[in-house]
Design a binder for this molecule. Structure first.
Ligand code: PBG
Length: 350
């Protein structure tokens, strides 16, 4: 008699407990959660300092730190202190920093000419970090908003942000930044065709290895408010950016934007804002399988930082959870103002 035929017929695919296979109590999901080591073993996504990009604000002067009121814990730093912060980033294992300028209002103009000044703040900061011999990636934004008198990312003619003329200006800005030593250029302006224009200028200018991380799916979001304070464009901005940044209700359009930027020569793409747009991060990363970054923007930072200050949320746990969520959604990495704090915590935990 075979073993099989000795089993009680009615219970052929049941467990000794009498429950059908594949169900409780033979299946208890909590077994894999019973201890820290068990949870480690089955963890699907992890966060490390290597996943973080630290955005910093540069201000003129020496040994100068100016807090950003709407971003508690974030300071604008003079170039000498930016170098110190970049050293800290290296020590923490953060692979790259992204630099943004606070431009003296007197240097803003309709034609954004300070953007092409090889001695502007971000170019000087880039050279200073390179001169210090630090092994860290430097990412510079390509967009005109820190330099225009109206706070828009492009050139304004009448009441229109003009596309092709803006592209010509962005190319000049990109070349000055590449020349200063920027490793990655991050066009955040959302003009059509700018990736192709910048890429061909880089190729022609001898900057074949300069990477482009395109802000491909960038939404016209209210979550950028504190950033505009930080770079000093809040008071200048007239109107909104809806003729160039995306409608928050759209997601198929994000895929078209990403496809275009990749075809024009972007090496990496970004979705922005972050947490409220994780569905877009997921779609982009699944569809294209290219390095996909997300930006936990200033307003997301401000919301969390305000709740931490009030004691309404646990700072350490909430910060790490918010960043891990990006990894789960498929992001290769996250631009976050929490980068140094999160990296310190992650280091302490391992
Ligand atoms: C500039 C730029 C913005 C941000 C990054 N680059 C602001 C904007 O588009 O108005 C936002 C970053 C943040 O909110 O943290 N084009």
């Amino acid at each position: 008699m075979s073993i099989r035929s000795r089993l009680p017929a009615a219970n052929a695919d049941a467990t000794s407990t009498g429950a059908p296979a594949g169900q409780f109590p033979s299946v208890r999901m909590r077994r894999n959660r019973k201890a820290p080591w068990a949870r480690e073993l089955v963890a699907e996504h992890r966060l490390s300092a290597r996943d973080l990009i630290w955005p910093m604000f540069v201000i003129a002067g020496k040994d100068k730190r100016v807090p950003v009121a709407s971003m508690p814990g974030v300071e604008r730093l003079s170039v000498d202190l930016i170098v110190e912060a970049a050293k800290e980033a290296v020590a923490l294992g953060i692979p790259a920093v992204a630099l943004f300028p606070f431009t003296d209002p007197a240097k803003r103009s309709d034609d954004a000419r300070e953007a092409f000044n090889a001695d502007n703040l971000v170019c000087r900061a880039t050279r200073a970090i390179k001169a210090a011999g630090l092994d860290i990636g430097i990412i510079l934004d390509v967009a005109l908003d820190p330099y225009t008198s109206h706070g828009h990312d492009g050139l304004l003619v009448g009441d229109e942000i003009v596309n092709d003329e803006t592209n010509a200006a962005l190319v000049k800005q990109a070349l000055v930044q590449a020349e200063a030593g920027a490793d990655v250029l991050a066009p955040s302006d959302m003009m059509d065709g700018r990736i192709a224009a910048i890429r061909s200028a880089l190729e022609a200018g001898g900057f074949q290895n300069t990477q482009i991380m395109s802000y491909a799916a960038k939404y016209a979001s209210a979550f950028y408010g504190p950033f505009r304070d930080a770079v000093g464009s809040a008071g200048f901005l007239k109107g909104d950016k809806r003729t160039y940044q995306m409608d928050p209700g759209n997601t198929d359009e994000a895929l078209r934007e990403v496809a275009l930027d990749l075809s024009e020569g972007a090496d990496m793409v970004m979705v922005k804002p972050g947490l409220p747009y994780l569905d877009v991060v997921r779609r982009v990363s699944e569809t294209f399988k290219v390095p996909t970054f997300a930006y936990q923007v200033s307003g997301e930072y401000a919301m969390l930082a305000a709740a931490f200050e009030k004691g309404w949320l646990d700072e350490e746990k909430t910060m790490i959870e918010s960043l891990l969520a990006f990894r789960r959604a498929g992001a290769s990495g996250v631009l976050t103002y929490f980068a140094p704090k999160a990296a310190r915590l992650l280091k302490a935990q391992h």
